[in-house]
Design a binder for this molecule. Structure first.
Ligand code: LMR
Length: 394
């Protein structure tokens, strides 16, 4: 049997992570995988999460199974964090999943089960694991234009034109905020226009929100997902706690099925439980308990929000510094988009050859499409990156 296996395409982000680890150079710079790093290059456990871990150690008196969809306290706390009061609790079915990727996978499984004819529309570009999972599940897939390679902003006209070609019942995967890999995001007016388009054409949004709090703030980053929740008859939301709570390896994620008709919620909930059972039975619990403790304790929550805000402002500062360093070196504003982008990533717009030269000649690791993890920078590495960008002639 095993002789029939064929090599699968390597994940470009994880492959780069490995290459970075194996590079012996001391002065190498990692702008690859989307993991937050502070100025010392560390990914610390957040203060409130550390305190919650101590509390949980004291409080937890069993490791017996939870429900198939995880702890309802986690659902409630996350629903409020993401959706605010855009919809009522009775409109939302929810399931904890192994990270945001697990939520994407379970959401796609639900789509396949509910409507095998539905095409899933992905932004071009998008997080490479999106098309990989869609393809693996054999779900029809299409792309809508999203990024203008010239301006490095959203290709709004292209996006609208492409989505106009979708058929009723199709699903549109949208990044809730901090678009991965580009860093270019919809503004509020564009979210409203997208909502109108989806409603008019009978398309169903599937929002992937993995970086809430990394862009313009916790509430501002949820504008789009909340607006859709309050205007669309149905939607799916996949959320990750990996980044904003820094619990990457705990695999804490949430899938929500939102329906304006609350009579649909019990069946949605039962379906999410069934899908969890088929794929892994019970979702990981530890990370979700930590997140719930943090969100439900006023003091811990305030501390978490303040640390998250420092992280966000730190990345904004790095964006400004890099844009200024490039402005000073090139005498032009053509890299100003770096300060306009939001979240952990920006797509620089370098060619694959330029990306390769930056890696080989300068020890700077970015994903092949020139996605940079801004959090991988610090004030010392910004001039080095700016020099390299100029040297390879981006
Ligand atoms: C990324 O885009 O780098 C992160 O979401 C990590 C991953 O799993 O790819």
């Amino acid at each position: 049997m095993f002789e029939n296996l064929t090599a699968q395409p390597a994940d470009k982000i994880l492959q780069l992570m490995q290459m970075f680890r194996e590079d012996p150079r001391d002065n190498k710079i990692d702008l690859g995988v989307g993991v937050y790093k502070n100025a010392d290059g560390q990914t610390p456990v957040m203060r409130a999460v550390k305190t919650a871990e101590r509390k949980l150690w004291e409080l937890e008196d069993t490791k017996s199974y939870t429900g198939l969809t995880g702890d309802t306290g986690f659902h409630d706390a996350m629903r409020a964090l993401i959706l605010g009061d855009a919809v009522g609790a009775e409109n939302v079915a929810a399931a904890a999943t192994p990270g945001g990727t697990g939520a994407i996978r379970q959401g796609l499984e639900l789509i396949k089960m509910a409507n095998p004819e539905a095409t899933v529309w992905l932004s071009a570009p998008t997080w490479p694991n999106h098309p990989s999972i869609v393809k693996y599940l054999g779900i029809p897939m299409a792309e809508y234009r999203y990024f203008d390679a010239e301006t490095r902003a959203v290709d709004w006209d292209g996006m609208v034109a492409d989505l106009e070609a979708a058929k009723a019942g199709d699903v549109v995967l949208l990044h809730g905020c901090c678009h991965n890999p580009t860093g270019a995001n919809l503004n509020e007016a564009q979210w409203q226009a997208v909502a109108e388009l989806l409603l008019r054409k009978g398309l169903i949004p599937f929002v992937d929100i993995a970086y809430q709090g990394f862009g313009d703030g916790l509430d501002a980053d949820a504008y789009g997902v909340r607006h859709l929740a309050s205007t669309q008859p149905e939607m799916l939301v996949a959320a990750s706690c990996s980044k904003n709570f820094g619990v990457y390896r705990e695999r804490a994620g949430l899938l929500m099925a939102v329906a304006q008709d609350s009579k649909k919620t019990p069946l949605d909930q039962a379906t999410l439980a069934f899908l969890n059972r088929q794929n892994f039975s019970f979702p990981p619990d530890h990370g979700t308990r930590l997140v719930t403790l943090v969100l439900n304790d006023a003091e811990l929550r305030a501390d978490w929000q303040s640390e998250l805000e420092d992280v966000r402002l730190g990345m904004l500062g790095l964006r400004q510094s890099l844009a200024s360093a490039l402005q000073a070196r090139t005498g032009s504003d053509r890299f100003g988009f770096l300060a306009d982008h939001r979240g952990m990533f920006s797509r620089l717009g370098a060619t694959p050859e330029q990306v390769l030269r930056m890696r080989e000649d300068h020890g700077i690791y970015m994903v092949g499409d020139s996605r940079m993890n801004i959090a991988g920078l610090n004030e010392a590495s910004i001039p080095i990156l700016a020099d390299a960008i100029v040297a390879v002639d981006v």
